[in-house]
Design a protein around this ligand. Structure first.
Ligand SMILES: *Cc1c(COP(=O)(O)O)cnc(C)c1O
Length: 455
């Protein structure tokens, strides 16, 4: 049996309709720089950073060496009741780059776990403090925080989450500031309306609300919705005013992705809890973290008999190989000035996106913060009418891009462009030209087909 047959026979892939996979299988074998290569030797730009992870490209020598060096000492030992060398060193480094009040690091293996941990910490914080009524969470409509049940409960993307409704804990939802879809199209009006929506809920229910979860500055999986200026800081003010813990999800946006180390730095927001993952190891190994404050940490610190311990942990928490590569990743962030590089090239990137894509007949909106971009495809640019759900223009465009030598994965009809942070201006342009060709081809074909059908 060849590899493709084996994959079709035995694998079940995440977030994948396997019927789609069986029609268009793909097996990656190697990577170099910002490209990956499949088992037939075809090369592709990694235009989504292997689902939002990659920073320095593939096979970065310093990262490879850091893992080999650690391997000569030990691959893994537990963090339950003890620690290890790289996990300890990394925690210190992580605290120095975080917003000032975040002084404690709790490790896990994925972004979903990091959010789940933040939610449990926020809940137990109030229990430990004797404010038992504060048990609920408020989250943002259309938000995404990962796929475990706790993370799904604070998420709100109907197409992913509705089916699990009966399994989820109930909470409050606040509106999302989607400027493109707001009736006025005005960022300020859109922002203020959503903040008012939040305050309405907080005013009435703050006594029963433990925390608020929110993606930082950009809703990722929900369609690359860039929040208007002053929104995140407005949410921070309201959380403080109503004594609700602010849990910021930086899993997608953290580690330079938006042109700041963390996206909340854009508005000097200081969360009470902050989840991060993805770019933390440069896209190498599964490490995630939940940051918190000394105040929250202290609410759990007591004699064991008082049962205030945070009873949560995973087998591979604080894995040495992962922590070692994360330390080297952070060293490279400094020596290669990665964040500054993204911030500097972000304007050029915006210009290229505008020049090449804005005028296409079916590009309704192009949104961007740093190297986090979404291109929304619509059937009718004037009315902003979407393509029918069954058209799958986002998915079809991504298949066309694959044919043309570029990998990405859309969220619905929003084409995602999240290249590795080291991509040069020339590479960015080349990738965008491939996307342009695929988007034009697929959307024009689909629109013609629909026009014929509607006559
Ligand atoms: C990817 C993502 C997660 C989940 O992270 P995993 O490592 O896939 O579990 C959570 N929140 C946001 C904002 C993400 O983009």
């Amino acid at each position: 049996m060849n590899l493709i047959e084996k994959s079709k026979k035995h694998l079940w892939l995440p977030f994948t309709q396997m019927k789609d996979y069986d029609e268009d299988p793909l097996i990656i074998e190697s990577g170099e720089g910002i490209k990956v290569k499949d088992i037939d030797g075809n090369e592709y730009y990694d235009a989504f950073s292997s689902v939002w992870l990659n920073v320095h490209g593939h096979r970065k020598k310093e990262l490879d060496d850091a893992i080999r060096e650690q391997l000569d000492k030990i691959a893994h030992s537990t963090l339950l009741g003890m620690t290890n060398v790289p996990a300890t060193e990394l925690a210190e480094k992580l605290v120095t780059i975080a917003p000032a009040p975040l002084t404690r690091v709790f490790y896990s293996d994925s972004g979903a776990e990091a959010v789940e941990i933040a939610v449990k910490m926020a809940y137990q914080y109030w229990q430990n403090k004797g404010r038992e009524k504060k048990q609920k969470f408020i989250s943002v409509k259309n938000g995404y925080h990962g796929d475990t049940i706790g993370a799904v409960s604070v998420g709100a993307i109907d197409i992913f989450h509705q089916v699990y409704g009966p399994l989820m804990f109930k909470g409050f939802k606040m509106p999302v500031p989607n400027v493109y879809r707001h009736e006025t199209g005005d960022p300020i009006a859109c922002r203020d309306e959503c903040l008012q929506g939040l305050e309405d809920v907080l005013k009435e229910h703050h006594d029963e609300i433990a925390g608020l979860t929110i993606e930082s500055m950009v809703q990722g999986a929900g369609g690359m919705i860039v929040m208007p200026e002053g929104f995140l800081s407005g949410v921070r003010e309201l959380c403080t005013k109503y004594d609700v813990l602010m849990i910021v999800d930086e899993v997608a946006t953290g580690f330079g992705r938006t042109g700041a180390m963390f996206a909340c730095n854009h508005e000097d927001v200081e969360p009470d809890l902050m989840a991060a993952g993805k770019g933390i190891t440069g896209g190498y190994l599964p490490i995630a973290i939940t940051y918190t404050t000394e105040e929250i940490y202290e609410a759990f610190y007591d004699d064991y008999e008082n049962l205030k311990t945070f009873f949560h942990g995973h087998s591979y928490t604080g894995n040495q190989l992962g922590c070692a590569v994360a330390i080297e990743n952070l060293r490279l962030f400094e020596s290669e000035r990665i964040v500054e590089g993204v911030a500097r090239r972000a304007d050029r990137l915006k210009k290229i996106l505008d020049e090449e894509l804005k005028d296409l007949d079916h590009v309704g909106d192009s949104r961007q913060l740093g190297f986090m971009c979404g291109i929304e495809l619509v059937q009718n640019k004037e009315t902003k009418e979407s393509f029918p759900f069954e058209s799958r223009v986002g998915y079809k465009s991504s298949l066309k891009m694959r044919e043309l030598g570029l990998l990405t994965r859309p969220t619905g009809d929003v084409v995602v462009f999240m290249p590795p942070l080291v991509s040069t201006e020339a590479q960015l342009r080349e990738m965008i030209l491939i996307m342009k060709e695929a988007i034009s081809y697929v959307t024009e074909k689909e629109a013609a087909h629909l026009a014929q059908y509607q006559e």
